[in-house]
Design a protein around this ligand. Sequence first.
Ligand code: F0G
Length: 354
Amino acid sequence: FDGKNITLWKYESWLPVKKRVSLNEGGTPLYRLENLEEELEVRELYAKNEGANPTGSFKDRGMTVGVSKALELGMDKVICASTGNTSASLAAYAAKAGIKAYVLVPSGKIALGKLAQAIIYGAQVVPVNGNFDDALRVVVEASRELGVYMLNSINPFRLEGQKTIAYEIYDQLQRVPDNVVVPVGNAGNISAIWKGFKELYEAGVINELPRMIGIQAEGASPLAKAWKEGREFKPEEKPETVATAIRIGNPANWPKAWNAVKESGGLFESVTDEEILEAQRILASKEGLFVEPASAASLAGLIKLLREGAIDRSESYVLITTGHGLKDPNIVVNNFKLPEPIEPTLEAFRRVME
Ligand code: F0G
């Protein structure tokens, strides 16, 4: 009973920032997925549920540090390109900091909940005729020319915040898992988590490292394709997937992510939209965890890799579930047909039960 909230600021001395714009981010639950362990016959399986952050995704870890840094640098305007979650998070932290946020999003390709968040937190929402990669190009140019501070994950302070996922996994497990499975879009988060583990290793806090497993959606999988075909990275022109959060063809952080996977002895894999939606349903219906489609890519990848015998059932796995399921309600409701309403009588309900 010390009257304190548990947040990522627990690790303040490991974060390169002095100011603190906080909404009590981090401190997210690590769930043991016992039902799935049994069903998938895997020794130890956990989900680090980043949907439990203040705006419902891991982006809040990066934004608390990034927006704090913006204030430290005296910036009063911040900007990002986003498939949705980054825009929601930046909008919230800019609101808390009392500065102006511009968010550029691919027109018509952002989940409803995320759009609602960006609007209500008071960001200036700018839909772009193009995909995330196009929007990011404009944002990078704007940050050079127009005096706005860029808070996409190519800003290193974003990754500094997100690396605390690794600290927390170690803190909660009290050991290093064999594998960490991460959905990959712009490739910042997998790079950040690897950085966190490496820092703990270099400081002598831990003496082993996990393998990093990066999962992409098949229609937006430039890293997984290059990895599996054993060739150089090449961006994809027309990324497409139901998991709009990771609908990215030219991941800005690809070299860091590639290095994380390679150095850790991990791998990249891709999964189809059907596999993603099936994994989303499994996680909710077997474990009570409702995550957005991009987040379910981690479980979809695990299932695929186990099925193919590419990974070991006797090891431990932590899935990073990156965003809350309520971000994207349409994906569920539009794929489900409700039955006709019944009369409000016991008799009518009795027939339903039969
Ligand atoms: N999962 C979710 C729910 C995301 O929103 C994102 C990225 C990722 C995974 C992939 O993380 O980009 O670090 O590899 N969303 C960004 C956005 C691109 O704009 O919200 P990454």
